[in-house]
Design a protein around this ligand. Structure first.
Ligand SMILES: NC(=O)C1=CN([C@@H]2O[C@H](COP(=O)(O)OP(=O)(O)OC[C@H]3O[C@@H](n4cnc5c(N)ncnc54)[C@H](O)[C@@H]3O)[C@@H](O)[C@H]2O)C=CC1
Ligand SMILES: O=C(CO)COP(=O)(O)O
Length: 380
């Protein structure tokens, strides 16, 4: 699939004030559900484009899971006063057209386009709260890296959104460490869409900037599973760093991880395309997360402490409210592997989970005496 031409209409510069009532009614309203580190950067990207593009209302609403700051002020009030998310993205102006809203129902009720970007463990509850509260023809996109495991099998977050809310849901994943994009360092991203290319093009328009290059591919499952699984491999990379095993070992983990990611994707969804692994959502996200992500960082500390301090404890201490996705994803992937009798086929993904729950020591990430991981992964 050829990339969609870069951000059609990106140079248009009209604002809401230039339009008649009819034209204003045709414009899409965007709401972001989530306001963490990546959620806030997504707000900045989108808000810079809604000001420029005639297809969108200027205002971008951002639902904030309300909390009280040490100063005693509400986070939402501070964001609206300073135009900064002082807790999750300090020092970065979001754009004056971003409005923080602690009331989720109010935040979504006028939206035509919903951008979901919360840690994946909160999405089931959020979807339940949104049933019957959104417009009938809403388009959604998920930036969330993770999945749920139900008795009937794994459920990707985009499917959860589609099923619970009855909406079409694209995904956007990629080598996107939020703090780097926040300071406008160049990154690429991949949008996965199911059938509607026109909608995918609208999402490309909404996100694209000269420093954020977005390509759309027709492979929702492949894009979303790559973004989800690389967080598990990144824990493995972090264990290697914590044990000071060096770059060659880390490269081996990334290579074996990519093989298992691809095999897992294809076993779950035969439609997943080989080419997706070469998009930003595939190999590039794997590399950046294994080099500079939060999952890597906390896993490094876990291994340095010999597995004696839990991930929950380290997450709370090191991330100040930001959330890891890899540990719960490793558990969810492990559940799928055990349930389907695939544990032997995915030694790296399985071992990461067993280390993270303390069943194996961090050094098991490369078990030289019993090189099962290497043999098993190469068979896939
Ligand atoms: N930060 C990054 O560099 C990137 C993150 N992502 C993905 O984006 C998703 C969201 O991550 P971030 O925006 O970084 O979030 P984060 O980890 O920075 O922040 C945690 C967020 O969860 C909220 N929260 C806490 N308790 C909650 C509850 N009970 N219900 C609802 N929300 C609650 C907090 O208010 C905060 O907004 C994740 O799936 C992550 O993997 C994807 C690409 C890059
Ligand atoms: O998904 C990410 C980069 O694309 C961020 O990964 P971490 O959550 O490990 O920081």
């Amino acid at each position: 699939m050829a990339p969609i031409p870069e951000a059609p209409g990106i140079s248009e510069t009209a604002t809401d004030n230039n339009f008649s009532n009819d034209e204003a009614r045709d414009k899409s309203r965007v709401t972001i559900v989530g306001s963490g580190n990546w959620g806030s950067v997504a707000a900045k990207l989108i808000a810079s484009n809604t000001l420029k593009l005639t297809a969108f209302h200027d205002e971008v609403r951002m639902w904030v899971y309300e909390e009280t700051l040490p100063s005693g002020e509400k986070l939402t009030d501070v964001i609206n006063k300073t135009n900064e998310n002082v807790k999750y993205l300090p020092g970065i102006k979001l754009g004056k057209n971003v409005v923080a809203d602690p009331d989720i129902e109010n935040a979504v009720k006028e939206a035509n386009m919903l951008v979901f970007v919360t840690p994946h463990q909160f999405m089931e509850g959020i979807c339940k709260r949104l049933v019957g509260k959104i417009k009938a023809d809403v388009e959604a996109i998920s930036l969330i890296k993770g999945m749920e495991v139900k008795p009937e099998g794994p459920c990707m977050i985009s499917s959860l959104i589609s099923q619970q809310l009855g909406v079409n849901c694209c995904v956007l994943m990629g080598a996107n460490i939020a703090n780097e994009i926040a300071v406008e360092k160049f990154s690429e991203a991949t949008i996965g869409y199911r059938e509607n290319r026109v909608t995918a093009e609208k999402w490309v328009q909404l996100f694209y900037t000269p420093y954020f290059s977005v390509t759309a591919v027709q492979d929702v499952e492949g894009v979303e599973l790559c973004g989800t699984l690389k967080n598990v491999v990144a824990l493995g990379a972090g264990f290697v760093d914590g044990l000071e095993m060096g770059n060659n070992t880390k490269a081996a983990i990334m290579r074996l991880g990519l093989i298992e990611m691809k095999a897992f994707c294809k076993l779950l969804f035969s439609s997943v395309k080989d080419s997706t692994f070469f998009e930003s959502c595939g190999v590039a996200d794997l590399i950046t997360t294994c080099l500079g992500g939060r999952n890597r960082k906390v896993a490094e500390a876990f291994a340095k402490n010999g597995g004696n301090r839990s991930f929950d404890e380290l997450e709370a201490e090191m991330l100040q409210g930001q959330k890891l996705q890899g540990v719960s994803t490793a558990r969810e992937v492990y559940e799928v592997l055990s349930h389907r009798g695939w544990l032997q086929l995915f030694p790296l993904l399985a071992t990461v989970h067993e280390i993270s729950i303390g069943r194996l020591p961090p050094s098991a990430i490369v078990n030289y005496n019993e090189p099962k991981a290497v043999r098993g992964s190469n068979k896939l």
